[in-house]
Ligand binder design. Sequence first.
Ligand code: GLN
Length: 340
Amino acid sequence: MDNSANISDLQSLITKMKSAVAPLRDILNGLHAKYSAVQEGAVATYIPELAKADPNWFAISIVSVDGQVVEVGNHQQLFSIQSVSKPFVFGMALEDHGREHVLTKVSVEPTGEAFNSIVLDERSNRPFNPLVNSGAIATADLVEGRDFPQRVTRLLEMFSRFAGRSVHIDNTVFLSERATGHRNRAMAHLMLNFGMVRDRVEETLELYFQQCSVLVNCHDLAVMGATLANGGVNPFTKERALKAEYVKDLLSIMLSCGMYDYAGEWAYRVGIPAKSGVSGGIVAVVPGKFGIGIFSPLLDPRGNSVRGVRVCQELSQRFGLHAFEAGFTGRTLQDELARK
Ligand code: GLN
């Protein structure tokens, strides 16, 4: 049978798709070139394995809820997810226990303090929010399973559903975190003292170190963001990664607490729910539209990727992405994707 007509149809479709994303690719290439020149900040060294990162790694990925992908730079480079894991594990805690119980163990107030602050809320003894270390450890405690291996497996399955592929733990990073995580250990024991975590505290710390050591790339971060933007359903696999009712819980704490003690200024300037991690990743979510992944390990003193913050700020301003943007008259990101 002669199927040459089908093949040429397919080719013209591919060409069309390529040209549709070309303008946005040009824009991202422009941002990549502009911010590659920024050499400020430093790679995290307090977890020895993170110090091995190449300061030149830099990637930007955008994935739309209908599965279009535009990405530039080292978007396949793997790195440990670190704190970007925190909102996703919070989602698991919500699914396992419901909103009200979770709120008795971890609050949802921005701290204005560093990510590794040991301070708890004086009145309730709760950690301030699930996106600082203390709150993330309390959240990890809420991940259920009949034993430790099952808790780890459930965690990995959750991340895999968000990323749309099977993700794994970097054992070297995990061991490095475990060997040096004294401050996190101190927080966990303080919370045990106040009854905020159960007395399987060493096991929960292991789970927390494992969740921080999950390997992802920048493309994965954008897919995970797009899954949140898409109401909890992965745009490629169509698998549900999070119950729809909890998507807003994750997005609201990401907007108010996602960037540590820069969270207030981030909400003001950028206005997109996002979460950063000390390996240099940022996931950002434009609800109903896009997930954005950025990876550049040079960090500012607060622990946020220097280039990542600047790229998000520019994307937000250029395309009117701020959650409270009114009467935006410029070209939207969708316009760019749709341009022929
Ligand atoms: N694993 C890191 C820690 O606990 C995560 C911190 C981060 O990414 N901000 O210190």
